[in-house]
Every structure is written in structure tokens, then in C-alpha cells.
Design a protein around this ligand. Structure first.
Ligand code: ZN
Length: 314
């Protein structure tokens, strides 16, 4: 990642607009729990909030007790963290936090996850999700109206293409995100294929932005298989399992079998069936999110850490 002085200025200006749309003010005290070394997120957030005029505490990751003490001592209003760590801190009591910037993990794409994080805080908070990559920071960020991740289209031009043909995909359909920098001086991207799958929508938001990724990133192009005539990305299954606290983080395996051209899809999940209608709910979610109906969902106590996808077709 290379930036000229002017690039840094532009990035900070673009980010400042997103911070304003997030409802942050320069008077807010901010704490950042991302790392500050080779992982660029810590410095990225530190720089943009300081440019905006906020005071920023570089907490870094880990040491949750110390982090909670500092957040409370300084009445931190804005916390920047991955959602898992934010929930851990929230469980110990951080009542001054009114806005949480999340990153580093799938978040908006995981059904029900934002509500779980909000519930962990026990008071009303705004959650701002962001999407960036080292080659392009920022790309998209949600605002205080929480209507999805708005593309920062004053900085980057976003297109969606079919991962196979490279042809443009209509708004509202899933495709690979392609990025072009509009004003970058050093190492600008020109129709850069990110390998990330998403959906773009034109939907005017009260904050003024329009082009939005309603569900952030849903998978990668490099693992796509065609099942039952539909493009299917096995890693989407992991995101869907994360929507249920009883299944989140479990190992799983997707098996595709084919008999005389008819595909059959089985999902095997590690551990035991949590019951209480969980399988039915997951099955319905798989159908609506992947557009593929699973023929069977089964549980196995010790699922070998094998491949994500076992393709038995020939
Ligand atoms: Zn908005």
C-alpha cells in the first residue's frame, strides 16, 4: 500500500465525511482495539479520527480488563473493535460507549449478529460496519441510519461483474466487486477484481449516500461451484451458521453428489443437533441466502478437519 501526501489527505477527508455520517463528533473520545503493527487497521482508524479532531486512545488488542478500565476512566464514546472483542468488553460494562465501529470479521453479512452485539451492550448503541482492503482504504462504510455499507463513491468507483464472464451484473444481483480509484496518485487501482462477492443497490439514504452494499461481502469468487444450476459458494454456509449462537464457529462440510446429472447437497455440522427448530431455521436461511436447497443437514460428533467441499460429482 503506497500513499502520497495528497493521497493521505484525500483518504482522511473521505473518512471524515463517513465519520460525520456515523454521528461521531470531534468532541468524542475514541478507543481503538485493533493492532498497530503490520495489521494496518489500527493506524488507519487512529489517523482518520485524529484528522477529524477526536482524541484517540490506541488501546490495541487484548488485555480486556485494562481496556474496560481505560474506557470507563476516559468516558470513551466511540469504540473501534472487532465484534467479538466488543461483546467481551460490553459484558464487563462500558456504559459510555454510544457508537461501535466494527471490522476484522464478517458482521453485517451474518444474520442476527448486529442484534446480538447490540444486546450485549444493554443500552442503545449505533454500530458502524466498514469494508476495506489494504489495496483500497476505505471502500464502504455504514452510517448512523444503519441501512447497509455505502460505497465511498467520491473516492472509488465500484462495479459488479460476473466472476466467470467478466460481464457487468445488474444492480441487486450478486457479483464480484471491481474497484477503480478516482483520484489516487500512488498505486491507483484500475478495474481491480477484488475476488469478493457482494450485491450493490441504489437506495437513497437520509445521510445523502446512494450506492450501498446491503449485506457487505458474502463470499469469495475463487471457491465457486455450480450446484443444481446455481452458483454456490461454500463459505457462505459458515456465515449462515454464525447467525445461530449454538452453531457459530462449528466445523462443517458441504458434500455435493451427483447421480445422472441430478445434484444432491448435504451439510454436515460438527457436534450434536441443538434441536428447538434450529435445523429448520438454518435450512430455510440456506435456501434464501444461497438459492440452493440442501437435501440433508446432519450432525457428526467428530468432523475431521477436511475440505470445506467434498465434490463427488463426475
Ligand atoms: Zn446512510
Amino acid at each position: 500500500m503506497y500513499q502520497t501526501q495528497k493521497d493521505l489527505e484525500t483518504i482522511h477527508q473521505v473518512c471524515a465525511r463517513t465519520l460525520k455520517a456515523a454521528g461521531v463528533t470531534p468532541d468524542d473520545m475514541v478507543a481503538v482495539t485493533f493492532g498497530y503493527h503490520m495489521f494496518v487497521a489500527g493506524l488507519f482508524y487512529q489517523g482518520q479520527f485524529e484528522y477529524y479532531g477526536s482524541k484517540v486512545i490506541p488501546l490495541g488488542p487484548g488485555e480486556s480488563d485494562r481496556a474496560v478500565r481505560i474506557i470507563n476512566d476516559y468516558s470513551v464514546g466511540v469504540l473501534v473493535s472487532n465484534p467479538t472483542f466488543a461483546m467481551k468488553l460490553a459484558a464487563k460494562g462500558i456504559p459510555s460507549v454510544h457508537t461501535l465501529f466494527v471490522g476484522g470479521e464478517p458482521f453485517t453479512s451474518v444474520a442476527g449478529y448486529p442484534d446480538r452485539v447490540k444486546a450485549a451492550f444493554g443500552h442503545d448503541i449505533t454500530i458502524i460496519d466498514s469494508y476495506s482492503m489494504a489495496a483500497c482504504m476505505p471502500i464502504a462504510r455504514s452510517c448512523r441510519h444503519e441501512t447497509g455499507l455505502h460505497i465511498v463513491d467520491d473516492y472509488v468507483y465500484a462495479e459488479l461483474v460476473d466472476p466467470n464472464s467478466g460481464e457487468p451484473v445488474p444492480l441487486g444481483e450478486k457479483g464480484e466487486l471491481v474497484l477503480t480509484h478516482l483520484c489516487k496518485e500512488a498505486a491507483p487501482l484500475l478495474r481491480y477484481r477484488t475476488g469478493d462477492l457482494t450485491v450493490l443497490q441504489e437506495a437513497p439514504c437520509a445521510c445523502g449516500r446512494t450506492l450501498t452494499m446491503p449485506k457487505s461481502v458474502m463470499g469469495r469468487t475463487d471457491e465457486m461451484v455450480k450446484v443444481k444450476g446455481v452458483k454456490f459458494w461454500p463459505s457462505q454456509v459458515g456465515t449462515i451458521l454464525c447467525s445461530d449462537p449454538k452453531l457459530a464457529g462449528r466445523k462443517y462440510q458441504v458434500t455435493v453428489e451427483s447421480d445422472q446429472g441430478v445434484d444432491s447437497l448435504t451439510l454436515t455440522i460438527e457436534g450434536s443437533d441443538p434441536e428447538n427448530g434450529v435445523v429448520k431455521r438454518i435450512s430455510d436461511l440456506l435456501k434464501t441466502e444461497t438459492l440452493v436447497k440442501f437435501n440433508q443437514i446432519e450432525f457428526q460428533p467428530d468432523l475431521a478437519g477436511g475440505p470445506l467441499l467434498v465434490n463427488k460429482r463426475n
